[in-house]
Design a protein around this ligand. Structure first.
Ligand code: BJW
Ligand code: ZN
Length: 235
């Protein structure tokens, strides 16, 4: 822990990469592991364009359930710690795989969202984006196209400019924090290995061991909401 604090104090550029585990203590279910299922469906069964084409009502129902959970949730100590780190460290960038808005609500501003934003909709036909539509019926765009959540599904490309900025931030970072991700979904899972390759100190914060654990500079095992405030000496 003291070693990690020293790296963070001395670092000119810091990147934090976050996954679903950082929102777990805000009672948002993660995708994998305990509590990662919804009615016996896995994320891989529902978060695809094929699933939406096959059964758009089922897929929208899952998203509406998650949207309500997120709207009722509050950021936790880990989200607040990263917002505080942004204030302290001028060269800080936060890259998240999460589609919730808990980082924004905790006060993070330099934020790159790799997998989109669950509170938005995108037209399947004309790609126009808008805020969430709450409707029992399948909502449609003025052009007639079906509206789908504004997120990145399996088999879809990540937003190109956001991906490019994330790669760049990681390439320039001297310290990279990797928090609450199972490290199995690419291309996001490639960012931490790229940081190791580029010579950054990579600090993993996770409840469990992950595919990264062997290759990182330091693995801190435990809850993000407990470890991050201690790491930044906020308590
Ligand atoms: C705690 C904690 C606490 C718990 N404190 N820690 C074979 C090999 C390689 C790649 C592929 C392959 N076959 C297919 C692919 C590609 C595919 C992929 O990676 N698949 C793998 C699963 C095999 N990737 C894609 O398809 C991507 N696109 C792509 O590749 O495009 C190519 C292309 C190029 C050009 C044109 C067209 C296409 C897109 C991936 C999109 C992922 N989308 C989702 C859904 C988003 C929308 C939604 O939310 O519904 O993103 S899937 C889901 O997984 C979500 C997450 O962001 C993502 C990652 O999950 P995450 O965050 O790691 O969460 P969990 O639940 O897995 O882990 C939680 C962790 O927290 C655990 O480790 C816990 O221990 C820990 N934890 N509590 C600290 N309190
Ligand atoms: Zn449209």
């Amino acid at each position: 822990m003291e070693q990690a604090r020293e790296w963070l104090r001395k670092a000119e550029r810091i990147v934090a990469l976050t996954g679903a585990g950082i929102s777990a203590e805000s009672a948002i279910p993660t995708f994998r592991g305990a509590g990662g299922l919804w009615r016996n469906y896995r994320a891989e069964d529902l978060a695809t364009p094929e699933a939406f084409s096959r059964d758009p009502r089922l897929v929208r129902e899952w998203y509406e359930w998650r949207r309500d959970l997120i709207a009722e949730a509050q950021p936790n100590a880990a989200h607040y710690a990263l917002a505080e780190l942004e204030q302290r460290a001028p060269g800080f960038t936060l890259v998240t795989q999460n589609v919730d808005d808990l980082h924004e609500r905790a006060g993070s501003r330099r934020l790159l969202k790799l997998h989109g934003d669950i509170a938005t909709e995108r037209c399947q036909a004309c790609s126009r984006e808008r805020a969430r539509v709450r409707s029992a019926e399948l909502p449609r765009c003025e052009c007639g196209g079906l509206l789908r959540p504004g997120v990145v599904w399996f088999g879809e490309a990540l937003p190109w400019d956001i991906w490019r900025q994330s790669e760049e931030a990681v390439a320039r970072a001297s310290v990279v924090l990797v928090i609450g991700t199972s490290a199995v979904v690419y291309p996001a899972a490639g960012l931490a290995p790229a940081a190791v390759e580029a010579g950054a100190k990579v600090i993993e914060v996770n409840l469990e061991e992950t595919p990264y654990s062997g290759g990182v500079s330091l693995s801190l095992r435990g809850k993000a909401g407990e470890i991050l405030p201690r790491l930044l000496e906020l308590e």
